[in-house]
Design a protein around this ligand. Structure first.
Ligand SMILES: *Cc1c(COP(=O)(O)O)cnc(C)c1O
Length: 375
């Protein structure tokens, strides 16, 4: 079965990890600081905090905002559940706003209509790798004393109007799961443009431990002393995996270029096929395409999905609207709330897309789709 996503690991990655294994540090050593420095640069951010997953990154970002009971987070339903559940688990209420039908990204107008005095954060998702309309959402958030969080699990390496993903929102989260644009096996990061928020993220990531002498309540306790002022968790990404991350980052541009090529090849191969809608791309957006979200019209999504799977092509569907998950349904969220996202979901198939996919693989996927729809 041709997978829909897959990591690219080469000998330089293996050597980078082996080198850490031969050294003195397994957990928090120099590779962590290096990876965080490398990420800061790629993201055009002020600082980066590595964590154990994209889900942890969202939990850390929301915790850094001090999100809790009585607060609201406005977000998109067209995403992986963690974008919303990490706010809900802190006690906040999630308010879903609909998406734009061209990109599948949070629609700034819908988000504006969902904002209330309780809104503490607006979280957009760079669906399929296409950056959100960050200028509009940032303006909306700041006008309401809220923060813009960008879930960039799909989009590291991309940019909007020449500005890299990671520099566009107050806080941006990444995932380094194997299907994503680069991998550390499990892993993620929070980057930001506000040094204080990133510092809070770092403290939460490290159990809430405070070591800075200027910040201690009892500075004269002794050189061993550290304090916890707010609860945190251990979400540290180990040296081993950070070394893999830095090694992978060196090839991010190449990964992006190949993802672009494959996307262009699908676009060219499918452009004239009736009954399909190809992914939209806005002016100024330079996505790192993580997914190729094909939309299949006329109710034929399921049939084409089954046909492709039967042909050994491992397609996927991204995503069921988050509020359809029983955990949200049980809280009273009802279907029909975000009709554009629901229609997008009902038509969507993610085609195989990863750097080591060959042109021959792409052509086989295209041919299989064309033959099926002609029949
Ligand atoms: C993958 C993903 C996450 C979660 O990342 P993990 O590393 O799998 O925990 C969050 N949001 C989106 C949009 C994702 O695609």
């Amino acid at each position: 079965m041709l997978p829909y996503g897959r990591q690219s690991v080469d000998e330089s990655d293996i050597e980078a990890v082996a080198q850490v294994l031969r050294g003195d540090w397994l957990t928090t050593g120099p590779a962590v600081a290096q990876f965080e420095q490398d990420l800061t640069k790629v993201a055009g951010a002020v600082d980066a905090v590595s964590v154990t997953s994209g889900t942890a990154a969202l939990h850390v970002a929301y915790a850094a905002l001090g999100l809790g009971r009585g607060d609201e987070v406005v977000t998109t339903p067209l995403t992986f559940v963690a974008t919303a559940s990490c706010a809900a688990i802190l006690g906040a209420r999630v308010v879903f706003a609909d998406v734009s039908e061209d990109t599948g990204n949070l629609d700034p107008e819908a988000a504006a209509a969902a904002v209330t005095p309780r809104t503490r954060a607006i979280t957009g998702v760079d669906y399929a790798g296409h950056p959100i309309d960050a200028p509009a959402l940032l303006d909306l958030a700041h006008r309401h004393d809220a923060v813009l969080v960008e879930d960039a699990a799909h989009s590291i390496g991309g940019s909007l109007d020449g500005r890299p993903v990671g520099s566009l929102a107050d806080l941006t989260t990444f995932s380094f799961f194997p299907t994503k644009n680069l991998t550390t096996a499990e892993g993620g990061a929070v980057v930001g443009t506000d040094p204080e928020l990133v510092a809070r993220a770092r403290t939460f990531r490290t159990i809430g431990l405070v070591r800075d002498p200027d910040k201690l309540r009892y500075p004269d306790e002794g050189p061993w002393h550290q304090e916890v002022h707010e609860f945190g968790l251990n979400y540290r990404l180990p040296d081993l995996l950070c070394a893999l991350g830095s090694s992978q980052l060196q090839r991010l541009e190449r990964f992006k270029a190949r993802r672009d090529e494959i996307t262009a090849r699908y676009n060219a191969g499918l452009a004239d096929v009736e009954g399909l809608r190809l992914p939209g791309r806005r002016e100024g957006a330079d996505p790192t395409w993580h997914l190729y979200p094909l939309r299949v019209l006329e109710g034929r999504r399921r049939a084409l999905f089954d046909h492709l799977r039967a042909a050994g092509i491992g397609v996927q569907v991204n995503y069921i609207p988050v509020y359809w998950h029983p955990v949200f349904e049980d809280l009273g969220y009802q279907r029909g709330m975000c009709p554009v996202a629901e229609e997008y979901y009902s038509q969507e198939i993610s085609l195989p897309l990863f750097p080591d996919l060959t042109d021959g693989d792409v052509d086989r996927v295209v041919d299989t789709i064309r033959q099926f729809l002609r029949a």
